[in-house]
Design a protein around this ligand. Structure first.
Ligand code: ZN
Length: 393
């Protein structure tokens, strides 16, 4: 079989991109919101009894009586009445009550039930069964589906609508998201050469766009619990003079990182902000600041200052990580009060923020954060699949 001639590569990455290619490239960097299942669930209906209202002047009276005697428990999103066209006229119909399984001969028994509850069944036409939306609509799409059965109430959440339309981030924000994910990829790449786990994580303060901490994965070279996210959170804790692990780490231009970093990362640490919370008095010979240079008396003094001036762990911070976090890391993110998580590729086996579980949407937890997936997804997946780690999953 004849091989097609290879297409010439563009000399400069972006110089010769067509509009379509440019949009595709931009699209690849657009984060996808990982929402609770309620926002994407399949449309379901339930059956209710309804009837025509013979005398429309009695509509309000019937609504009051039926709301009182037969409240639509669990179906509060439904409007009690609807108007449908019938030739030149309009017919008003009203929901009587949900259909119950035991009501087989419903037409006769229902009229009896209405009479027993002092609802004048003579004001109503013959009861019939109709389908209505089972769940309250949360999106415009769900509202449209639900309304096709029976009118429903809908209070649009403008923020969610922007999220669903992919309009949450402007170009400047997308550039920053891409920049920090590229940094995470770079960190992950440092782990490929020495049989380590190629996952990189960066925690950023979005108020200053300053990377507070960045780390790679140490689960096979350090401690089994030292996933990159766990290490990164611990580095943030180091920044607050705390932390659970004795890590070989240091602060470079206000970014906490493992001491064994590659020189190329230095160029990514070109942040204007120095670490406000770093230990202020004794820079090392290289200009870097380290816990090691603190005297015990200074430590106590600074610890008080830091406790007052820093948020609790990751409060208000964003995490960028090349691979979807596991349950342990997701729960650590809950406990550390992270604000948003951006990840690259999914983990269909262990992923706890969209694939296997959606920890961040669990209503019983006392902290929730936003999650976005698919940021530079192919690059993040590629770097993982090139490594030995892929064989372990
Ligand atoms: Zn993990």
């Amino acid at each position: 079989m004849a091989l097609e001639p290879k297409k010439k590569k563009a000399k400069h990455e972006d110089s010769y991109l067509s509009v379509g290619e440019f949009n595709d490239k931009k699209k690849a960097a657009v984060p996808r919101a990982v929402l609770a299942d309620e926002f994407t669930r399949q449309f379901k209906t339930v059956e209710v009894f309804a009837a025509d209202i013979k005398d429309r002047t009695k509509t309000s009276e019937l609504i009051r009586s039926l709301n009182d005697k037969f409240p639509l428990a669990g179906l509060e999103h439904l409007k009690r009445v609807r108007s449908i066209k019938h030739g030149k006229d309009a017919i008003i119909q009203i929901i009587l009550c949900p259909k119950k399984k035991q009501c087989v001969d419903f037409t006769s028994s229902l009229k009896d039930i209405l009479q027993q509850n002092r609802i004048d069944s003579e004001l109503l036409g013959e009861p019939f069964v109709t389908n209505v939306a089972k769940h309250s609509p949360l999106t415009r799409e769900q509202f449209s589906e639900a309304s096709s059965c029976w009118p429903v109430n809908f209070h649009e959440d403008k923020y969610i609508s922007r999220v669903l339309r992919g309009e949450l981030f402007d170009d400047g924000e997308l550039q920053l998201i891409t920049k920090f994910m590229r940094l995470a990829i770079q960190i992950a790449a440092t782990n490929m050469t020495s049989q380590k786990f190629p996952i990189g994580a960066v925690i950023v303060d979005p108020q200053t766009n300053h990377a507070i901490a960045m780390s790679y994965d140490l689960r096979y070279t350090g401690h089994p619990l030292q996933h990159s996210v766990m290490v990164c959170i611990d580095l943030v804790a180091h920044n607050q003079l705390s932390g659970a692990w004795q890590l070989d780490c240091e602060a470079v231009n206000g970014t906490w990182t493992m001491s064994e970093r590659i020189p190329q990362l230095q160029e990514h640490l070109n942040f204007s902000h120095h670490n406000k919370h770093s230990l202020d008095s004794k820079p090392s010979e290289t200009g870097e600041r380290s816990l090691n240079v603190m005297e015990p008396s200074d430590l106590a003094t600074n610890k008080d200052q830091i406790c007052k001036s820093t948020p609790y762990l990751c409060t208000g911070y964003d995490l960028y990580v090349t691979r979807e976090p596991c349950v342990m890391c997701a729960m650590a993110l809950v406990h550390s009060r992270i604000r948003r998580v951006f990840y690259g590729c999914s983990d269909n086996v262990l992923g706890a923020l969209g694939s296997r579980y959606k920890i961040h949407t669990q209503t019983g937890l006392n902290h929730h954060f936003e999650v976005f997936s698919g940021v530079l997804e192919e690059e993040c997946r590629s770097i993982f699949e090139q490594s030995f780690a892929y064989d372990l999953c």
